[in-house]
Ligand binder design. Sequence first.
Ligand SMILES: *Cc1c(COP(=O)(O)O)cnc(C)c1O
Length: 357
Amino acid sequence: MKTKAATIVRPEILELAAYHVPDASGMIKLDAMENPYRLPASLRGELAQRLVDVHANRYPQPSADALRDKLREVMRVPAGAEIMLGNGSDELIDIVTVACARPNAKVMSPWPSFVMYDLSARLAGAKFVPIDLDRDFKLDVDRFLMAMKAHRPAIVWLSHPNNPTGQLFSDAAIEAVLREAPGLVVVDEAYFAFANTSFMHRLDEFPNLVVMRTLSKSGLAGIRLGYLAGHAEWVREFDKARPPYNVNTLTQTFGLFALQHSKVLDEQAARLRTERARLHEALAALPGVTVWPSAANFLLFRVNDALGVFERLKSRKVLVKFLGKMHPLLGGCLRVTVSTPEENALFLDALRASLHA
Ligand SMILES: *Cc1c(COP(=O)(O)O)cnc(C)c1O
């Protein structure tokens, strides 16, 4: 049966390819920056009891007050800032973009960076303007400021550290963007647990700054919980574009419990930072491999015949991310999530065996 989808659905949507999540069954999964550690079994038992007590017959509490208060405390959100929660920070990217997408609005980001900035702009009918990083994946500040002058973006996204390069932009670069931006600047700190720097404590300094984070990379990717913090005037408006029950009761309960045991998450992140240094050293020592510094829980590296290496790793049951086709600057690049000592060793063995056909 033929439908009219092709003539009714917007052309921007028709030309998109659906977000592809590769099958990872039976694989060592190092493609999506997941934390390999779960909560300890004793805590999971305690959590199970709390989840049993949830009133699933009722709608979630729309404002999720207890969870927001706990986030404010644990994440040291400044007293003057407001917090909004999202069903993952992916949803927050959508909400902010929809809220700011006036006719002809532009959205800008250094590029390559997180693909959702681009996708959300397209879905909202805004124009996405990517500004290329330099060869070492650094931000060319002068070029970026000039582009802001020319395009007057409503939103600038700064993934800090940047996915997929792993690098932080310099504080001075971000400050310059904040000072010169004609609109909102969102510093996306999805990897805050692995970077020892943040703009959270500087919200009072910059009225156009919003800081966004997620618990996904800190061990809770499955519950889908992101948050943003910023001046009340921004958050009040964004909140109108938020579906009222966007963070479900199970997620609110789980998130609150995890934050009450935030030491566990902190310890896991510390272990992964140690492993990151070891993995970086091991990759740097391999002939024919170039690896970049990272402030996140993944490493970007370049090899000859990256697609071949990717496929050979896959045949050895190790799944990494092939980035060679995403952007010319990423030619020959693969991205690997930092995992447990055991999985990292298996990855390195598989990589050594996969570097040559
Ligand atoms: C993973 C990631 C997100 C999205 O996280 P979710 O909360 O899982 O939706 C946002 N920004 C960046 C830069 C990311 O890498």
